[in-house]
Design a protein. Structure first.
Length: 225
């Protein structure tokens, strides 16, 4: 663990973490996906368990081993992730949405494999919006005092975009990291700023994903106390 022996400051708490990236099927062999490795979400699940929490990990397509002592709920699509998160959030003290949820899914699913046709260009793929799980659980809190955390990968004006997103989502904390060609996705390390709805700003220096996870749980624990 990044900070040595963990204090059981989350004992008696139930936390829900979503991790990985959703996949939106086009046909039985193809999907629209993203590059999320799931490492940050799994680090959050491991560190919460080490701090004594009961942890439900909603895992979307992460090729990672199940963390010990964590309840893992595998999901594929954004719609499945929404169902699993809503169910687990009903009795959770905190929900951390680390998953990369697809904003859109194919409007239609082809039950048979889509085939090429001689001399024809492909049909465009029509997309529809997926539900916004973070905005939904933030607007419709399952429990009073429940702490809700979102993640945002931003480019350009990272902090201003983060502040606007925090307000739009209505969550308590938003972990903002800057993404680029070789940053964050699949990496072992991370660097971020955690924005609070109370106006707070907690910078997290470049370091292991466990260290960022511990900072998130510090901020969650302070809000639960
Ligand atoms: N999220 C979600 N449901 C979605 C999309 C995103 O719950 N359909 C959550 C993510 O898990 C993350 C947070 O919202 O915690 C921010 O995701 P992000 O993609 O940065 O936000 P969007 O509102 O989709 O904004 P953008 O248009 O920049 O992608
Ligand atoms: Ca998005």
């Amino acid at each position: 663990l990044a900070r040595g022996v963990a204090e059981p400051d989350l004992a008696g708490r139930h936390v829900v973490v979503s991790a990985g990236g959703t996949r939106e099927p086009l046909d039985p062999v193809r999907f629209l996906g993203n590059r999320s490795s799931g490492k940050q979400g799994y680090a959050l699940a491991r560190t919460a368990a080490a701090r004594g929490a009961r942890v439900t990990l909603i895992a979307a397509n992460a090729a990672l081993p199940d963390p010990a002592g964590v309840d893992v709920v595998p999901v594929g699509t954004a719609v499945q992730l929404r169902e699993a998160v809503l169910k687990a959030a009903a009795e959770a003290d905190a929900v951390v949405m680390a998953a990369a949820v697809a904003d859109f899914r194919p409007a239609a699913y082809a039950t048979g494999k889509i085939k090429k046709k001689d001399g024809q260009e492909p049909e465009p793929v029509a997309l529809v919006r997926n539900p916004d799980v973070l905005a939904e659980i933030s607007a419709d809190r399952a429990r009073s005092g429940q702490v809700i955390v979102g993640f945002a990968a931003e480019t350009d004006d990272v902090l201003a975009n983060g502040r606007a997103k925090l307000a739009r989502k209505g969550c308590d904390l938003l972990v903002v990291n800057e993404v680029g060609e070789h940053r964050t996705f699949g990496a072992e390390e991370n660097e971020a700023v955690v924005l609070g709805a109370d106006g707070s700003e907690t910078p997290v220096p470049h370091g292991p994903k466990e260290a960022l996870a511990d900072t998130v749980w510090d901020l969650v624990a302070a809000r639960l106390a």
